[in-house]
Design a protein around this ligand. Structure first.
Ligand SMILES: *[C@@H]1O[C@H](CO)[C@@H](O)[C@H](O)[C@H]1NC(C)=O
Ligand SMILES: *[C@@H]1O[C@H](CO)[C@@H](O)[C@H](O)[C@H]1NC(C)=O
Ligand SMILES: [Zn+2]
Length: 290
């Protein structure tokens, strides 16, 4: 069972590369958010997406960035914290958000644009699709870290044998969430999201959820996305690389490392979904109040 799963993940990894929470992770965030969207947000989102569901568009930005038209958005999926892992983790917008932009300003930008009635329908649709995707990306710790290209250059193993060679970023994007959820399909994401929602409502996340949205104002530009990026970045020092790069380089992360990392990956997906639901409620309310 375990071996088969590991092989399947290795295969999907080589086919797709590592860009952000995999499609399963982004769909999970969208399904969680859908659970927290009120009637006004559902109406607004359905209108802007022309009837499509948040989950069905959650990974669009990862395809778009590799097209000629979407190349400008490649730098919007992350922020390159130039901190000193594992001694000190921190985000400094001046230092870390490059000329090509970053996820913090991208969220601020598209939150504004989706509300602008003087943009074209396609521009507003793209803005919403970016929001749905980036509120997921910004909770992935390695999307808030510059070291070794966000861990892409840190070679690790996922399972035994030569076929299991991968990198740390990919482990966090796909292997950890997909092992937790039990697969990579949309149906798996929907089921995984249901279990996470249950934990937000009455389980392990019940007492934390308010702190996840302690900054939730859509009118403060980059302020809240910056708080979220700093939160995700803090886990780079405590969970992703607590003992530095040498401690993980070339080692198999599918056992003890996974046991420690998995609860944090799950919690980060939960945060992304919960925040996205609240964020869309605020956007819909703002649009309706004009
Ligand atoms: C805001 O969005 C527009 C349209 O996609 C893009 O051209 C611009 O570079 C974005 N600005 C920032 C700061 O992300
Ligand atoms: C759209 O309206 C905003 C103000 O809401 C303004 O700043 C912006 O320049 C306008 N854009 C276009 C393309 O007209
Ligand atoms: Zn992404």
């Amino acid at each position: 069972m375990k071996t088969a799963a590991v092989l399947a993940f290795s295969a999907s990894l080589f086919a797709q590369g590592a860009y952000s929470w995999g499609a399963m992770g982004h769909a999970t965030v969208a399904y969680i958010a859908s659970n927290y969207m009120n009637g006004a947000a559902k109406t607004f989102v359905s209108h802007i997406l022309d009837g499509a569901t948040p989950a069905s568009v959650a990974s669009w930005a990862d395809t778009y960035r590799y097209t000629a038209a979407g190349r400008f958005s490649a730098g919007f999926h992350y922020i390159d914290a130039h901190d000193t892992v594992p001694h000190s983790c921190n985000i400094d917008l001046e230092r870390d958000c490059g000329a090509e932009g970053c996820v913090v300003y991208a969220i601020a930008n598209y939150t504004e644009r989706v509300q602008m009635t003087n943009l074209t329908a396609i521009e507003r649709t793209d803005a919403l699709k970016f929001i749905i995707h980036f509120l997921g990306d910004i909770t992935q710790p390695l999307h808030t870290e510059n070291l070794d290209v966000g861990g892409n250059d840190i070679t690790v193993q996922w399972g035994e044998g030569s076929k299991s060679k991968t990198n740390l970023h990919a482990i966090w994007d796909r292997q950890i969430p997909e092992t937790l959820a039990g697969g990579s399909t949309d149906a798996v994401a929907e089921k995984f999201a249901k279990a996470i929602v249950k934990d937000i409502e009455s389980g392990i996340y019940k007492d934390q959820k308010d702190s996840w949205v302690s900054c939730d104002s859509i009118t403060k530009g980059a302020a809240c996305p910056k708080v979220w990026a700093a939160d995700a970045n803090s886990f780079v020092c405590t969970v992703v690389l607590p003992n530095g790069v040498d401690a993980v380089q070339g080692t198999d992360l599918s056992t003890e490392y996974y046991e420690k990392a998995a609860p944090i990956a799950r919690q980060q997906l939960a945060k992304g979904g919960y925040r996205l639901g609240m964020w869309l409620n605020s956007i819909a309310a703002a649009v309706n109040s004009r």
